[in-house]
Design a binder for this molecule. Structure first.
Ligand SMILES: [Zn+2]
Length: 186
């Protein structure tokens, strides 16, 4: 997902990130076994995803299909999690760490929804409004195969919903209204 609000900045071209209508973005991803999670291949995928995410100036989450890998993995920068926890605006100093969610499942989603302005690294410069649950609980495995359960509201809840959708071949543009293209300035 990307957080760029209404400013009209040029989106950095990132060769690794697959963009719409790449068919890999529409495939339902495959879950990983514990053995697979601990394998070197998965570590390499996570490393590649982390690099791709941090090369994207507005990125706040990335799912494996966005680098062409149809596996149920997404990552969120640690700074976003910290922001949510401390309810503060300032990002953390450590900008290079991520939290890893493997085989994630949203187990609870509040009926209360809000309309949010959203973007996606795979639909560059395209933004729109989408209804998301205000609060969600997510269950997943981390990069060590350990089960994690996390409740979230605000931006983090939005990211969890957006990234879980990616793993099911869904894009925010499917449901967003008022889709607008923000053209880079000449
Ligand atoms: Zn996205």
């Amino acid at each position: 997902m990307d957080t760029k609000k209404k400013e009209n900045k040029i989106e950095a071209e990132n060769g690794i990130i697959r963009v719409y209508p790449d068919p890999v973005l529409r495939k339902k991803t495959r879950e990983l076994s514990l053995e697979e999670i601990k394998h070197q291949t998965t570590k390499k995928i996570i490393k590649k995803m982390t690099e791709a995410l941090f090369e994207s100036p507005n990125g706040v989450g990335l799912a494996a299909p966005q680098i062409g890998i149809s596996k149920a993995i997404f990552i969120v920068p640690l700074k976003v999690i910290e922001m949510d926890k401390k309810k503060k605006e300032e990002p953390e100093k450590d900008n290079t760490k991520v939290l890893v969610f493997i085989n994630p499942r949203i187990t609870k989603a509040s009926k209360k929804k809000e309309v949010l302005y959203e973007g996606c690294l795979s639909t560059p410069n395209l933004y729109g409004q989408i209804k998301r649950s205000r609060q969600v609980t997510i269950e997943a495995l981390n990069e060590n195969g350990k089960k994690i359960t996390r409740g979230a509201g605000g931006l983090l809840a939005e990211i969890f919903q957006h990234e879980t959708d990616h793993l099911n071949g869904k894009l925010f543009i499917d449901e967003a209204t008022d889709l607008r293209k923000h053209e880079p300035p000449e």
